[in-house]
Design a protein around this ligand. Sequence first.
Ligand SMILES: C[S@@+](CC[C@H](N)C(=O)[O-])C[C@H]1O[C@@H](n2cnc3c(N)ncnc32)[C@H](O)[C@@H]1O
Length: 259
Amino acid sequence: MTATNGAPDPGRDTHFGFRTVGIDDKQAMVDEVFDKVAPRYDFMNDLMSGGLHRVWKDILVTAVNPPRNEQLFSALDVAGGTGDVAFRIVHAGGAGARVTVCDTSEEMLAVGRSRAAQRGLERRVRFTAGNAEMLPFPDRNFNACTIAFGIRNVPRIDIALAELFRVLRPGSRFLCLEFSSVDVPGFDAAYDFYSFNVIPALGRAVTGNAEAYRYLVESIRRFPKPVAFADMITAAGFRRAGFRLLTGGVVALHSGWRL
Ligand SMILES: C[S@@+](CC[C@H](N)C(=O)[O-])C[C@H]1O[C@@H](n2cnc3c(N)ncnc32)[C@H](O)[C@@H]1O
């Protein structure tokens, strides 16, 4: 709910795309979006990004740097959806690499479990229902934590960052891939046109749901700028927070260490 005078109440309101919504209402709206698009989610990612999401995810996994030996390496991929990042981590690592995918959408998790079964990876990639704001894992549990294109969907980002910090082992790294802001003259206008016109139309054609993809585009514009997000990572307790812009700022890879 918004405040009675119609102005957003910073304590109780947030954004769902460009709409102001009650902070307690947002998660159900986000879950509805991903439950609906789950069966076509991976195909749409390839279509919308021209396959670039694979390159961005590979850059993330290179930064995770899972050991290529038998040593147990246990990673958590929050908002991991259909397991795309998780599969890449186990492929990049040795026999000891394990990933737990944690996500709020049962439909996204169901697609992920079936992809894991097709790849024979059920024992190495596990799918768990859970909210980034209240991770169902013990303190200091994982050798790495990742979140790809997930953090902007979370209603209370500061709480999710604190949770990621809590479950990470000291000496380990948090990595976050997220859409960012394009600031290249000429490219920014083309990117805006593509985002606000082409993506919702593709969403309608492929999933029958233009609204879900309008939310995607709007939520990207609402997300904090890279320096501000790096400050939030530091505020959660991480050290050496930094970021790297990819593809002219379409995406940012943020990181921080729990020391
Ligand atoms: C854009 S998808 C990203 C999926 C995957 N990481 C990828 O890169 O392909 C965003 C995911 O965030 C999940 N999500 C949204 N809010 C969440 C929350 N509070 N906690 C955990 N997952 C959440 C959604 O269900 C969805 O699977």
